[in-house]
Every structure is written in structure tokens, then in C-alpha cells.
Design a protein around this ligand. Structure first.
Ligand SMILES: C[S@@+](CC[C@H](N)C(=O)[O-])C[C@H]1O[C@@H](n2cnc3c(N)ncnc32)[C@H](O)[C@@H]1O
Length: 254
């Protein structure tokens, strides 16, 4: 599993480049309605960093997730199993014993990505796999770097969560939350909070959009920009950091 960074071909590490050059077969799960930009980035990475070729790219049909059920965890579990079936079938059919296969994973392979769980699922079926994970620059790292802000405040925790969870609740004991996978602009439910937002879409790509400021002041602008960009491109990937403002220092404190 090779992390390829969050959109900029220069996010890739030297370790990833070395690994890329040893691969016999690259596996891609294709959803049918492929996001061409995401395919293009993977192709660009192979063209730039593995120019000698000598590898094959194999596509498998990514099964659909059941989005109708309320049982989110069970639905994701079932989806992962069906994806594992497809991947196992691809690996068996396309990889000879001793050959190396790779999945190019967006961002960092250990953050909100199911490829590792899929490969573990296959390994647990008694299928012999030697799995290596090459870390990548996550969209979280890319977001805060582009905004030039630290991810954490001094000595404080940070929580990485989903839009689904933030729409239910922003925990009172975590002032800094990074929100991913948010199709519902969950930050709009918290505009009453005294907080800053650092928002980014398509980070690292030529379409990158960055907006930051007081949540109450910029929430509307983010929703408008997000809607327009999503319509124009047909898809969007955005991430943001919400930071509760520090309470005023007590009198005389510095
Ligand atoms: C399935 S998760 C994969 C995360 C990935 N493994 C990582 O390390 O960033 C997809 C989510 O990552 C975030 N994301 C990934 N790439 C992004 C980018 N270039 N700009 C903004 N958000 C991004 C979005 O929140 C998106 O919904």
C-alpha cells in the first residue's frame, strides 16, 4: 500500500518512489463513474516516477455501498467484505507467486481508508500476503500546511472526525477538530460557536480553494464556493479544521 499524498504529485515521498519502481502490478478499484482527475493523478505519478514501465495496471469493479440503511457500521463492514472478494480475485488472477502488487492510496493509507482492512480481511482467510504500508502526506497535513497554521494548540489534543459525527455533536472538551468526509457541511450547525475555521477543497491540485476566518463570518462563503465548485467539477473533496477561540486570559495573566 503506497500513500500518494492528497493531490499534488510532489507530495510523494522518496520511500514511495522506491517502492513504486518494484511493483509488477498496480491494482485499482474503479467505481464506474470514475473521477477522471483522480485517475489522472495516479497516471501522472506513474509517468513521472516509474518512467521505465515494466508494470501492469489492473482494474476491478468497486462494489456499491448500501447507502439506504441506517446501520452505517454494518453497511461499511459488508461493503469491505465485498471489496475484499474483488481484490482477492484480482490478486489471485493477476499476480504470480513472489510478484509484488500495489494499491496507490490517496493521502495516507492509514487515515479513513479501507484498503488496509481489505488486505487484512483477505489475509485472515488464510491467503498468504506480505503487506507493507508506505505512509503518505494526508489531506490533514496538507490542509494545515497550506493555511500555515499548526494542527494542534500548545499542549492540547486534536480530534479527527467525520462530518456525520460533527453534525451530531462537537465535543465540549476538544477545541480543535479536523473534519473529513463531510457531504453535509456540518460546520453550519456550529456557527453559534466562537470559533475559527480553516477550510480547503481539492488541496494540492490546480483547483485548490482555501478559505479561513471566523466561522460565523465565512460559513456562508464556504457553502457557496463549495456548491459552485461541486456543480462545476461534479465532485468535491474538502477538509477543515475548526478551532474554538481561547477563552480570555484571566486579569493580569500573560
Ligand atoms: C476516504 S478519505 C481518504 C483520506 C486520505 N487517506 C488522507 O490521508 O487524506 C477522503 C476524504 O479525505 C479528504 N481529502 C482527501 N484529499 C483531499 C484534498 N485534496 N483536499 C481536501 N480534502 C481531501 C476529504 O475530507 C475526503 O472526504
Amino acid at each position: 500500500m503506497i500513500g500518494i499524498g492528497a493531490g499534488d504529485p510532489e507530495h510523494i515521498t522518496m520511500q514511495a518512489v522506491t517502492a513504486l519502481r518494484q511493483v509488477d502490478v498496480f491494482f485499482v478499484l474503479d467505481k464506474g463513474e470514475v473521477k477522471q482527475d483522480l485517475v489522472d493523478l495516479r497516471q501522472e505519478i506513474l509517468r513521472r516516477y516509474a518512467p521505465d514501465g515494466g508494470y501492469r495496471v489492473v482494474y476491478g469493479r468497486d462494489p456499491d455501498r448500501d447507502r439506504t440503511t441506517e446501520a452505517y457500521v454494518e453497511a461499511v463492514d459488508d461493503w469491505r467484505r465485498r471489496r475484499a472478494d474483488v481484490c482477492q480475485q484480482m490478486i489471485t488472477a493477476e499476480l504470480a507467486d513472489g510478484q509484488t502488487g500495489a494499491f496507490l492510496v490517496w493521502g495516507d493509507p492509514t487515515l479513513y481508508d479501507s484498503t488496509l482492512a481489505i488486505l487484512d480481511d483477505i489475509a485472515s482467510r488464510g491467503f498468504e500476503l506480505d503487506i507493507e504500508v508506505i505512509p503518505g502526506i494526508s489531506s490533514v497535513s496538507a490542509l494545515v500546511a497550506r493555511h500555515r497554521v499548526p494542527l494542534n494548540q500548545v499542549g492540547k489534543p486534536v480530534q479527527i472526525t467525520t462530518g456525520r459525527r460533527l453534525s451530531v455533536h462537537w465535543p465540549s472538551d476538544v477545541d480543535d477538530v479536523v473534519v473529513m468526509l463531510d457531504a453535509r457541511t456540518a460546520f453550519t450547525g456550529h456557527v453559534g460557536e466562537d470559533a475559527d475555521i480553516y477550510w480547503g477543497a481539492y488541496i494540492g491540485t490546480p483547483d485548490e480553494i482555501l478559505i479561513s476566518g471566523k466561522l460565523s463570518e465565512v460559513a456562508g462563503e464556504i457553502v457557496a464556493k463549495r456548491t459552485e465548485a461541486r456543480q462545476r467539477k461534479g465532485w468535491i473533496m474538502d477538509t477543515y479544521l475548526l478551532r474554538r477561540s481561547a477563552p480570555p486570559a484571566p486579569d493580569g495573566a500573560h
